[in-house]
Design a protein around this ligand. Structure first.
Ligand SMILES: Cc1cc2nc3c(=O)[nH]c(=O)nc-3n(C[C@H](O)[C@H](O)[C@H](O)COP(=O)(O)O)c2cc1C
Length: 159
């Protein structure tokens, strides 16, 4: 296997983004898409690219995703090219709740801490962390986000 996409998802939106990212890779790449709760440690062996995504929950990845990333042995991602994404509320939705907007400015979204953990475990970040928008807590994804996810992922192939 050469490309592994690991996601967490409560309402299904982040899973849809993960699957859209998977479509960016051609048939010559062995792409596997796994929910974080289904990942076994041996599935991380021999990876070329690891892409990790989570919904933003209280400015962070889900607890399951954070625990998974923290559980990876130090340097286990050495030689692996990594990228991180999240799903998050649209800016207009966040700005509609001033207290949320205030905390978002301070604490941000899930993709950045995911990327930091991947790097901490030895991964080489190939793209800046990216966020994809949901219109409300349970979705739907904003129009065009699946296409944007595939375009985002396609940049990894060129690099
Ligand atoms: C408890 C909870 C906390 C959330 N916190 C944030 C947040 O801090 N920032 C944000 O943009 N969206 C937040 N959201 C919205 C989620 O990002 C949204 O539900 C998620 O992107 C949907 O993805 P999923 O369908 O894969 O679960 C929160 C939602 C819930 C239920």
């Amino acid at each position: 296997m050469s490309v592994l996409i690991i996601y967490d998802s409560v309402f299904g939106n982040t899973e849809k983004i993960a699957r859209a990212i998977g479509t960016a890779f051609g048939p010559q790449e062995a792409v596997e898409i796994l929910k974080v709760s289904d990942v076994r440690p041996e599935q991380l062996a021999g990876l070329k690219i690891l892409i990790v995504g989570s919904p933003t929950r209280q400015f962070r990845p889900t607890t399951a995703m954070t625990n998974f990333l923290n559980s990876l042995p130090g340097n286990s991602l050495k030689g692996v090219r990594v990228a991180a994404f999240d799903t998050r509320l649209t800016t207009s939705k966040i700005e509609g709740t001033p207290i949320l907007a205030f905390f978002v400015k301070i604490f941000g979204y899930a993709a950045r801490p995911i990327a930091a953990r991947l790097e901490k475990k030895g991964g080489a970040l190939i793209l800046p962390p990216e966020g994809f928008f949901v219109e409300d807590t349970e979705g739907p994804l904003q129009e065009g986000e699946l296409e944007r996810a595939a375009i985002w992922a396609a940049q990894m192939i060129k690099k």
